[in-house]
Design a protein. Structure first.
Lengths: 459, 631
């Protein structure tokens, strides 16, 4: 609760700081300090809320429980890590650095709302608060045609989806007469009326768009590829994780008892997402674009948690969100150091920058789900959740097959770095701080791969 | 003291780690000292444990659990050691004889480049062997069992630049693995039927009420599987052929691993599992027959071998056969007794042969030796003691243990006795043939070798002397029943091993049996002397040629097993692997790339198309969703 207010205030402070600051660097430092404060506020929230009694606010519009607060804290932590790793790249994107940071704070506001909404209207507002800054960030490199194109595409399709979401909300309101998500759980599963089912499916489609699940994924490669890489890293990670958390919240709390009605459709969506994401990633020449497809593929795995509708799913989504975010931010950080974003651009990186190559390898291992990295544990938890659910074993097997395909395109980067001849060219020299932060991130990846319980200890 | 039992394997492990990690840097002499001291330290601890166990106040086995090894569901296997009279006796044999052989090796291997590496392997072997006998459950035993197999492989192939030696190493490893499979299956059967691998639990359950659904067939299956493991490790028919080839390793290795300790692991295992075997009389019968057959068969081969180490190797196989015979007639402690005396005299004989080989500059063919006694006095005398001991001449250790085996065999079935006595007779013959050809008569080697002949250094002769003394006195711990009521070893072991009681032989019968076997042995020594006084080595014919070629068993195995498997494997490689599996694997890869190439084209970059796909997809999903609900 305090964090929602804090992030808004801090965002505004950030905006005003832009007017006063002459240089870019202090702004990054300020953003870092403000994020630390925000993290502190989150932890304050967390310690003040007992695990037993969730807090209801604003006429039951928000319902704050430990899962939500813990998720907020983790996402704020990831954002801090992101700013520490990518801060300098954000400065390079354009002139209005303060605005970029302010937008990130506003995105976090949307994230917080999405983690604890108790009302479909708040869901809608949260999604919009989270999305609109992204449209701006996608187009922040104004002189770059691709960036503008990405922004416009994202906005157009986002607007289209907003319509779908509203349609769903409306239909549900029509069916139940309420926006409160808890009240939907009283829907009867034996004779669910068509209106409600259509509403659920519409909302599912809207969420599918936000988490880039097939067939609503088409925007992802273009937007991720066109946006400035620094912002792609954020859009692909924290924002997506928050969308998933909101997705899970609605479909578990409200529609969980009706799962027999929507599981099949979502299973088809999941399978299609895994197939499209993994297969298309194979043929890409640009690592950035490959990572966009990989983010679709990873979304397929996170959908497992939503299909599972059980307690492990919550743990799975939290671990997956963090593991995937950290590794992706890490690999994007390395990518931004390179001049050439194609696979060939990575050739021979291991000889030139052994540390960079090493940490990339660990990040890619994590994305591919190799044991001893966080990514393995993430996949383990979501697969376990789905296996416990029991009726979708074919999807588990399919997912594993697809995961093995993913090894191909992730390892292509490793092969390029270690076994191919070439002189990978760097954009900018890698500073000591960068190295330290990358090694720290790498350490986190391995630590969480060995002790995934660290991410769950506080719930 | 017994709580400190973990120290016993710990010292060799430390020795292995030091020598193993630093084998390029540690000077040779230091490596030898480290290796020997490690084993000496374990020997001292073992002595302490032995005296504690020997004390009448010691009750039952002590289980020392180091840590939880496997804990999964209902399965719980700790990493534990069991100290009782059986394991403490083996500790003494392994560390005691092991230490002497380490000391001997410091001199024997002194000119070798890889001496430090050699000692690290030797320490690793001692460590594994100690795990094997100390384990409190079958799994720990199995770890040691595999460990000694590995060390045996490493040490047989120690001079790996010689292709024959590496082949011998591979052969040993593979033959052992065949046996190990039996052991493993046996273990799994125990686990499956009784849910435990710990000796105490398992034997307790065996002796207690029989669980439902477990018949005496189960006992036999488990016992047979474990016995298959024993035939591999202890070189019994049909898996014995690796042991003679294993002589490719350095001679002290042959003494330690392929005579005194590792090859007796099978006997230890059956003695350890005696509760099971007593319940499986059919398997015991098989054990006795296999043991006897091996004893006879290997003895016949030994008669016509010319390589000094090969003779000893076949003799080892034959002696192991005796031990299995003893196990098979239910005289478990007798088998352990023979393990002990055999460890003394066979280590002595091998080390003696090593001394001879050392003097001869690497020559192992006894046709080129002769008259070495004049130059190698100590070696000759100690070797003679060894030969007397193995031939069962009264007063020497081998007499007591072998006599006990023969008596137990007679008590079980006189036919077993006659055949075993025949094998013992052959033993005396081939051992003294070896002795006479090597140490007496005229020298048949080259001038250079004659010049080079010398007695070995003290580091080699002192272990020989100690072992010779042990080969004489080692038997007095188990005096025959007709001489003394008190069987020291038997009563010591009785707390952990119980023999199947046979009816007692009358004193007269026992004297008679003893007299017969001793007379036969002496007679055979005389025959050996007269035959080999004027040796002539004309190419042999008929039966002799068959014996010289070891009954063509290697050739038989080659034709029946090795070739067909190789041909089958080549076939699989050419067709199933290249065409089938490669085809599937590459096919999957190709189809993924093909699919990727097609799906990629959907990404046109046009928002209108994207929204079209979205709408199309949504319509499809809605249709599916509603269709599903209607279903």
């Amino acid at each position: 609760m305090k964090a929602i207010i804090a992030t808004t205030i801090l965002g505004i402070i950030m905006m005003f700081a832009g007017i006063m600051a002459k240089e870019k660097k202090p702004l990054t430092t300020l953003a870092t300090i403000l994020l630390v404060i925000l993290l502190g506020v989150n932890i304050w929230d967390l310690t003040n809320t007992s695990s037993l009694a969730p807090e209801s606010l604003f006429n039951n519009m928000l319902r704050i429980d430990r899962y939500a607060l813990w998720f907020n804290t983790l996402m704020t932590g990831c954002t801090l890590l992101y700013v520490l790793l990518v801060g300098r790249e954000i400065q390079k994107v354009g002139e209005h650095v303060a605005e970029y940071f302010a937008l990130i704070f506003f995105i976090l506001c949307g994230v917080y709302l999405l983690s604890c909404y108790n009302n479909l209207l708040i869901l809608f507002i949260g999604i919009e608060i989270m999305s609109i800054p992204q449209y701006i960030l996608a187009g922040s490199d104004k002189r770059n045609l691709k960036s503008s194109e990405a922004s416009l595409k994202y906005f157009l399709m986002g607007a289209f989806t907003t319509g779908i979401l509203l349609m769903g909300i409306t239909l549900l309101y029509g069916a139940t007469g309420s926006f409160n998500i808890v009240s939907f759980s009283f829907l009867q599963s034996d004779h669910l009326n068509t209106l409600a089912l259509a509403g659920i499916l519409f909302i599912m489609m809207a969420f599918s768009f936000k988490v880039s699940a097939a067939p609503m994924h088409m925007w992802t490669p273009d937007v991720y590829d066109g946006s400035p890489t620094a912002f792609t890293a954020y859009m692909a990670t924290i924002v997506k994780a928050a969308a998933f958390f909101a997705f899970l919240r609605l479909f578990q709390v409200s529609f969980g008892s009706l799962s027999s009605h929507w599981t099949f459709v979502l299973a088809i969506i999941t399978a299609a997402t895994l197939l499209v994401g993994n297969l298309t990633a194979v043929f890409q020449q640009s690592v950035k674009r490959m990572l966009a497809y990989s983010s679709i593929a990873q979304a397929g795995f996170m959908l497992f948690a939503i299909l599972a509708v059980n307690a492990v799913a919550w743990q799975g989504i939290i671990i997956y969100a963090v593991a995937y975010s950290i590794a992706t931010i890490g690999i994007f950080t390395v990518l931004m150091k390179l001049k050439d974003y194609t696979y060939d651009g990575f050739n021979g990186l291991a000889k030139k920058e052994p540390l960079l190559a090493f940490v990339s390898t660990i990040f890619l291992f994590s994305l591919a789900g190799i044991p001893l990295t966080a990514g393995f544990m993430a996949k383990y938890y979501v697969l376990q959740a789905l296996i416990q659910q029991g009726s979708l074993l074919w999807l588990v097997i399919f997912g594993l097959l697809m995961a093995s395909i993913s090894v191909y395109y992730y390892f292509r980067v490793i092969i390029a770095m270690y076994f191919k001849q070439g002189a990978a060219e760097l954009n900018s020299p890698v500073s000591g701080t960068d190295k330290f932060m990358l090694v720290f991130t790498c350490f986190l990846v391995i630590l969480l791969g060995i002790f995934p319980q660290l991410l769950l200890g506080n719930i | 003291m017994s709580q400190l039992v973990y120290l016993v394997p710990l010292f060799p492990l430390i020795g292995f780690l030091i020598n193993g990690i630093g084998w390029r840097r540690i000077p040779k002499s230091l490596g030898g000292v480290i290796g020997s001291l490690a084993v000496l330290a374990s020997f001292c601890v073992s002595l302490g444990i032995f005296f504690e166990v020997k004390d009448p106040s010691f009750h039952g086995p002590v289980i020392v659990q180091l840590f939880e090894f496997i804990h999964s569901g209902k399965l719980f296997i700790p990493f534990s050691f069991q100290v009782d009279s059986l394991s403490s006796l083996f500790l003494l044999i392994i560390t005691g004889v092991g230490f002497l052989i380490h000391v001997y090796s410091t001199a024997y291997m002194h000119d070798d480049e890889g001496m430090v590496k050699y000692f690290s392997f030797l320490n690793l072997f001692v460590f594994s062997m100690l795990l094997l006998v100390l384990g409190g459950n079958y799994l720990v035993m199995f770890i040691g069992w595999e460990g000694v197999g590995l060390c045996s492989y490493l040490l047989i192939g120690f001079w790996f630049k010689n292709r024959d030696y590496t082949n011998a190493a591979k052969k040993a490893f593979i033959m052992n693995r065949i046996g190990d499979l039996g052991f493993l299956v046996g273990m799994l059967l125990i686990l499956f039927n009784y849910g435990t691998l710990s000796y105490q639990d398992f034997f307790g359950k065996l002796q207690g009420a029989q669980p439902a659904g477990i018949s005496s067939d189960t006992y036999n299956w488990i016992a047979i599987c474990l016995f298959i493991g024993a035939t591999g490790k202890s070189a019994q028919i049909p898996l014995y052929t690796w042991l003679p080839d294993a002589m490719a390793g350095p001679t002290p290795v042959s003494a330690l691993i392929h005579a005194a300790t590792m090859v007796t692991a099978g006997i230890y295992m059956i003695a350890r599992s005696h509760v099971l075997y007593t319940l499986a009389p059919m398997t015991l019968h098989i054990v006795a027959i296999v043991g006897l057959a091996t004893a006879l068969f290997a003895a016949t081969i030994a008669i016509r071998q010319y390589d000094i180490k090969k003779v000893l190797a076949y003799s080892t196989v034959s002696q192991l056969g005796f031990m299995f015979l003893a196990l098979g007639v239910g005289a478990y402690t007798t088998a352990v007794f023979h393990v002990m005396t055999h460890a003394f005299f066979k280590a002595l004989l091998f080390l003696g042969s090593g001394s001879v080989i050392h003097a001869m500059g690497g020559e192992q063919d006894i046709r080129k030796m002769g008259g070495l006694g004049k130059k190698l006095r100590t070696t000759q005398i100690t070797f003679l003691i060894g030969c007397l001991a193995i031939s069962g001449i009264p007063g020497f250790s081998g007499f007591f243990s072998k006599d006990e085996i023969l008596a137990a065999a007679y008590a079980h079935d006189p036919v077993l006795y006659y055949l075993a006595a025949a094998a013992a007779m052959m033993t005396a013959f081939y051992m003294f043939r070896l002795y006479f050809l090597t140490f007496t008569g005229g020298f048949r080697g080259t001038e250079d070798q004659a010049h080079h002949l010398h007695e070995s250094p003290a580091a080699m002769t002192i272990p020989l002397i100690i072992l010779a003394i042990l080969s004489i006195i080692g038997g007095y711990v188990g005096l025959p029943a007709v001489i003394s009521e008190h069987h020291a070893l038997g009563s010591f072991l009785s707390s952990s091993v119980t023999n199947i009681s046979e009816h007692h032989l009358e004193a007269g019968t026992e004297w008679m049996l003893m007299g017969v076997s001793v007379t036969l042995s002496v007679l055979m020594i005389a025959v050996a002397y007269s035959v080999n006084k004027k040796p002539n080595f004309t190419p042999s014919t008929g039966l002799a040629k068959i014996l010289e070629n070891k009954w063509y068993v290697d050739e038989l195995y080659d034709a029946v097993f090795v070739r067909p498997i190789q041909n089958f494997s080549a076939f699989m490689e050419r067709f199933a692997e290249r065409k089938g599996i490669d085809g599937i694997v590459n096919g999957v890869g190709k189809s993924v790339r093909w699919g990727s190439d097609r799906i990629r084209l959907l990404q046109t970059g046009q928002v209108g198309f994207y929204i079209f796909v979205m709408v199309l997809g949504m319509i499809t999903l809605f249709a599916l969703g509603f269709f599903w609900v209607k279903l």
